[in-house]
Each structure stands twice: as C-alpha cells, then as structure tokens.
Design a protein around this ligand. Sequence first.
Ligand SMILES: Cc1cc2nc3c(=O)[nH]c(=O)nc-3n(C[C@H](O)[C@H](O)[C@H](O)COP(=O)(O)OP(=O)(O)OC[C@H]3O[C@@H](n4cnc5c(N)ncnc54)[C@H](O)[C@@H]3O)c2cc1C
Length: 436
Amino acid sequence: MTEKFDIIIVGAGIMGVASAYYLQKNNPDKTILLVDSQPDAGQANTAMSAAAVRNMFASTTNQLLTDTTIDFFRHIQENLRFNLALHFCGYLWLLSDYQFKDPSVQNWMQRMETNDISYRVIERPELQKSLPGLVAEFPDDEEASLMNLNPVDYALFGSECGVLDPSLLVQFYKEEFLKLSKIKPRFNLTVNKLLLEATPSLGLPGEPLAWQDKQVTGIQSSEGTFHADRVVLAVGPWTNALLDPVGIPSYVKAKKRQLFIVAASDHPQLEELLFTPKFSDAGFIPFTILPSGGVYFRGVPEEKSFWVGCGDKVGRAYKYNMESDDYNAERAYYEQSMYPVLIKYFPAFANIRPTNMWAGAYAYSVDAIPLVYEHSGVIVVTGASGSGIMKADAIARIADALYRDEKDAQLFGGRTIPSRSLGLTHRKVEIESVII
Ligand SMILES: Cc1cc2nc3c(=O)[nH]c(=O)nc-3n(C[C@H](O)[C@H](O)[C@H](O)COP(=O)(O)OP(=O)(O)OC[C@H]3O[C@@H](n4cnc5c(N)ncnc54)[C@H](O)[C@@H]3O)c2cc1C
C-alpha cells in the first residue's frame, strides 16, 4: 500500500521550506510531506548563495517581492529574536557616467522613486573617501582600456539591503514548519518521476488516455511511491527534469554561478576595505557591484573575508537542467576573468589567492521574475533568477494562496499581490533588467 498525504513538497531549498511553513500554518489539518534528495534542507543552491538581499530592482513585481520579504527577515531577527546574521550593510552599484545616464538606469531609479524604494546617488569624491583604495579611473592604462574598464563616476546605494546567512534562514522556516507538522520530512529521497494519472481512472490499458482528465497524483521515488492531492514542486534549476516527462511547461533554464572566498585577515588593506564604516551602522562594506565585467563582492565580517562572484552573462552556457559539473568552481575562471578586473578597481585584492570556492546554478525565467503557478495538480515554484533568497517569503505566501485558491496573496506588512500574477496564463509582470 502506498502512503498518501494531502500535499507533497519536492525540494527543501529555501523555496520548499518556506512554502512548507506557510502551507502548514494556513492549512493546519493537512498532512504535508517535505522531501529532498540531499541529507538535509537547504543544501543545494540555497547553500551556494551569496545570500545578499536587496529591494533595488527595476520591476515593480520584484520590488514588492523583495521589499516585503526583507521586512519579514528583519521581523524574524528583531522581533522574533531568531538570528539570521542579517546585516543591513547596503548595496552599492558602481557606475560610470555613461552607465548612470543610460535610459535603463534612469528608468530603474525612476521606478524605485515611484515605489518608495530608498536609495541615494553617491558621487566619485564621496566614494573615494568611503572606499579605501578604490581606483576610480584609469588614465593612460592600456590594459584597462583593452579590458573595457569603465571609470567609477557614481554609485547607487540602497540602505535597506544587506546580507544574511542562508543556512540560518532555512533553519528558521524548517523549525517553524516542524513545530506545526505531524509528518517528518524525508531526506536522501530522490524523486524520479511525477505520477500522472487519469481522474477518474477507468482501469483501461494505457491510461491516462488523451481524452481523459489527468492530474499529478504523487511521486515515484528512491523510497517508493507516495500519493498526494497536490504536489508542490520547488526544485529550482532541476524543474525541467521532473516536469518535462509529464508534459507540463516550465519556461526555466539553468546557469552556473560561482563564488570565491578571499580572506582579509593578515592583509591590512583588505581588512580596512572590509570594515569601512562609512556606509551604514553595520560597520562593513556594502555588497558592491563593479561597473565592468559583472564582478561583485560581499563582505563576511564573521569570517573576515570577501565572497567574490561574477554575473557572467554572454559566454556562460545556459543549461536545460543543472548538471553535476555545475557544482565545480573553476579556479582559472577567477584568475583569468574576475581577478584582473577586481584588482584594477581594488588593488588590495592583488596577490591573494582564494581559500575556498563553490558553485551552483540560477534558475532563470524568461523575464527574470519568479514563476509560481498551478498546472494539473502541481504547484510549481521556480525561476527565482538568482535572487530566490531575497524573494522567498513572498513566493512561499503566493504558493500557499494558490493552494487555498485565494485571489490575492497577503504579503508581510499588509501588502498583497494577485496570486496568479506570477503564473503562466495570467502572468502580469514587467521584464526585470537589474539582475546580477
Ligand atoms: C553562486 C550563487 C550566488 C547566489 N547569490 C544570491 C544572492 O545573493 N541572493 C539571493 O537571493 N539569491 C542568490 N542566489 C540564488 C539563490 O541561491 C536561489 O534563487 C535559491 O536558493 C533558490 O532556492 P530553491 O529552493 O528554488 O532551489 P534549491 O536551493 O536548489 O533547492 C531545490 C532543492 O530541490 C532538491 N531536488 C532537486 N531535484 C530533486 C529530486 N528529483 N528529488 C528530490 N529533491 C530534489 C535539491 O536537492 C534542492 O535541495 C545565488 C545562487 C548562486 C548559485
């Protein structure tokens, strides 16, 4: 006999655990089984994340998803007294004059103003005082000109942005879910297939037949078959692997992303940069995006280190699903592509090799806005496009609203969003242009 649940959630990354929490909280009588192929929650792309949070997006939708999610994270830490290692160190976008005046940046700023997203423009002289060792222009530097390096003339600084520890965030949602749930999650369980069955079944050979109604009714897994009235699929860049075989559309693709850890201890200039006190009460450097090459970094004050990444766009392959080699960070990529850019702007990084590195993948949607929709008995939660931590709370609330067939999802702080607006049929979003 197979086990039967009201809901099975496949994937216990941040999307899966946050969804599990809201589904259980708002549907207390329902039995919810949370499963993941990893030994515990949040060990795949969620763990690989830079875990920076920002509400500085260009689309109204992403602004709403992130602004309310960040407010909830602040609430967790300040009112519920659960430490997320959340620091409001800010986000700092370094831009050349040319970039700053580009219509897309002007529109981005305009939309932030319209929607009360707080940010300010900082000019080069102030930046040079606040960022020790910043090189803002490269006169007579042939190498810099060969590398297409933009000068730094301006920065956009967002003070309601910051960084956190993704494992603590996962722990918060998982613990809250476990307090409410009667069903123990199952880890080390790989879902091989979604079960698609005729509803009702007539016991005919070859079911489900084309003319029959069909629903996903459960999962086939390494631990056997489990049935459920509803399956929530929160498997990030593996979405296609489970939806394709049953013919449910998804419109996401994966792209590898990696982080390189550079220790600041024993390097006084780098330490000075890390602990620059000028931007916020957090007392360390904002999440900083360089104006060239897609290179960015965040400070990790607890470890006295920087995590350096790159939003490499053209040239980095899209994958249909995340593949095993997407887990391998490439030291040569750091040395050849990122390091030369980094040390031009911040020479304090010169001659320091990364002490650690890791890689994961983004799940990109077509418009860089998450996808949350119901199709044939599955609620699909995917397409966070590299910013799933910072949108997780809002997305999980939308998944729960869809389950309860609510017209609007209630987000933290009282704002709402139509629960079908991130779906396939009634999708109502702008294209996001500010992705890293
Ligand atoms: C280098 C890097 C930097 C990033 N930086 C940021 C950042 O600064 N801020 C931010 O907000 N986001 C960032 N992200 C993106 C963020 O990590 C993701 O958007 C988020 O973790 C997605 O969560 P998820 O739950 O959808 O996916 P995942 O965390 O990947 O979870 C999916 C889960 O599904 C499980 N699974 C998959 N297939 C199966 C199966 N067949 N059976 C059972 N289980 C299965 C996996 O084991 C996994 O645990 C970054 C990502 C990377 C890689």
